[in-house]
Write a protein that binds this ligand. Sequence first.
Ligand code: ZN
Length: 452
Amino acid sequence: MSVPVSETDTFSPDKKTAENTPFYDSICKQSNVSYHFNPEVSQYHFGPYHPMKPFRLMLTDHLVISYKLYEKMDLYTPRRATKEELLEFHSDDYIDFLAKVTPETVTKLPESTLAHFNIGDDCPVFDGMYDYSTIYAGATLDASRKLISGMSDIAINWSGGLHHAKKYEPSGFCYVNDIVLSIINLLRVHPRVMYIDIDLHHGDGVQEAFYATDRVMTVSFHKYNGEFFPGTGSIDERGMDKGKNFAINVPLKDGIDDESYVRLFKSIMEPLITKFQPTCIVQQCGADSLGYDRLGCFNLNIKAHGECVKFIKSFEIPMLVLGGGGYTPRNVSRLWCYETSVLTDVTLNHKIPNYLPSYDWFGPDFSLHPQLDGRIDNKNSKKYLESVKQDILEQLRYLAYAPSVQMQEIPPDITGLTEDEDQIIKELNEEQDGTRETQNTKDEARVGELRE
Ligand SMILES: [Zn+2]
């Protein structure tokens, strides 16, 4: 059986990226790149039918090692996040619950407690759940510390990027929001942090945490129709109070292809970066926006997804690079290995090294670039994408300048929210609870199709 591979570019290069393409092995400036990975994180199981498979991180690491990318990076095996570190964002009672509950004790808890902590099919209590969360959050925090100290220009943690977790509860397979924790840390030193999310799903947890501050601009590209998980991410969600217009949402429809995605991404990101002038960027590289993802509905190939990472890198701003969703493990790992090569300026042979311990996973094509587009019709017309772009550029016009801050000004409450703002966001969440229940019911109905 032959599987088509996608070796040629399926989008046109732009001038800026082309100019920044390095000459490999030449004397051009290389970034200091660090790779933060604790292999223990890949050993946890959400349950046999759950789409989140932490072993995708093991596959990624195998690829990164087999391609010898470790020669180009500083490698760290980070410690776990402490409870105190998690409490920088999450509530006391939630972290207590996470730390104490086990698959045995959860069966004895009343329904109301499970509902209160949003425990269910999406976010089950599994063996080691708290340890798992502290491992990936510890790695993201470690990466943020290397950026703060200036030891790294680019710090990578593929086990992080769990963008749905909320202050009081887990959501969408995410228990602890490592992204929010790392941005809180970065804000101690960086006046302005930009968060860019190219996961299939809306980066709701991060948007919500920084909805009322102008020191973090959140930008999320995602599928949106009002129902698709997590139900938020309309173009009209723009932030509030001081944060008004500092939340950017790019709602997309099914089947977006390489050319349209890359073009839209660059045409939006370039003016946003120029205007906001972030001193640090956090990019969440969720792999469920690839074609053929088990829970996906886009048509992206690995090179197009990686082109977004390459484009952001070309601005030469310190950058934290994180994973996220991604439910077809062999493609998730191909993507994140490829993106590691982009970040380290290495060109990889598309043929996967045959001494890889998990080589069989990558058959029958054994290529880093299987063709992943073409499964779903592109429902994004040129007209629709142009109108989205125009709306966002219009929103950008309201940002007159890059906000400056007194450097001693550390947000009082970590997220910078006042009690009133906290209450408004709580109420917004309660309104959305209906949507979430509908989604949970839908997801339950899909259990059959998820069994492989
Ligand atoms: Zn996702």
